[in-house]
Design a binder for this molecule. Sequence first.
Ligand SMILES: NC(=O)c1ccc[n+]([C@@H]2O[C@H](COP(=O)([O-])OP(=O)(O)OC[C@H]3O[C@@H](n4cnc5c(N)ncnc54)[C@H](OP(=O)(O)O)[C@@H]3O)[C@@H](O)[C@H]2O)c1
Length: 241
Amino acid sequence: MSEKLALVTGASRGIGKACALELAKAGYDIIINYVGNAEAAEKTVQEIKALGVDAAAYKFDVSNKEEVDKSIAEIVEKYGRIDVLVNNAGITRDGLFMRMSDENWNAVINTNLSSAFFVSQPVVKIMMKQRSGAIVNMASVVGVSGNAGQANYSAAKAGLIGLTKTLAKELGSRGIRVNAVAPGFINTDMTKDLDTSKFTDFIPLKRLGEPEDIAKAVKFLAVDAEYVTGQVLEVDGGLII
Ligand SMILES: NC(=O)c1ccc[n+]([C@@H]2O[C@H](COP(=O)([O-])OP(=O)(O)OC[C@H]3O[C@@H](n4cnc5c(N)ncnc54)[C@H](OP(=O)(O)O)[C@@H]3O)[C@@H](O)[C@H]2O)c1
């Protein structure tokens, strides 16, 4: 076992998985979280272990406070510390504002924003005892720019940015840094049904991002950027310059 532990939510697939692997390469033991896809979670655990660190998967719904509290208590009991938290789990339920159902509004706000409140509170408790820790919240460029058809999602991601800056101010004196990454279009299951070919024209770097592009930024903020807090790093190939 390594001396440092990172918890990445929504890490069975996509961006979260890439973040977990990148932090494992930096020597962290890794706890990944997922909600339904046990097979993908187990595969990710094996890939992390192959890098020579310890790894385990915890199934809990980040939008369910009771499930979160129970799982974080188990993790803290077993490992005794959490050094890095990546609040990554997220979903989309797109639709025009005037047709958006309460259900789709609430699902996205709860999974993408309230989740960060639920998960961070018990994690910050242990980070405060350690007097050290780093949190990276997975926002989105649409939380900065807005996006037609994503009122729920862009409101949640803008909320995450506000939470990031506020926690940075509240927790800096305790040795805890809090930053956000705002990805543009990234090649994952979340974007697989979009016709992304038309977007590349608008991206200065002329390609979609890969999960690894985001993971490198997350690792930078979580591990290397020791004098950086409260920042939102846009990793979008220049999309919203
Ligand atoms: N892809 C993009 O272009 C893009 C752009 C900007 C921001 N982002 C953000 O980046 C993050 C990851 O996106 P992605 O593209 O990697 O998504 P993805 O490929 O759809 O993966 C989503 C991950 O979140 C987990 N998850 C979903 N709901 C959950 C819940 N209620 N509780 C716990 N875990 C849950 C999934 O677990 P299961 O496997 O168990 O379902 C999966 O591991 C999200 O916050 C997303 O909003 C993505």
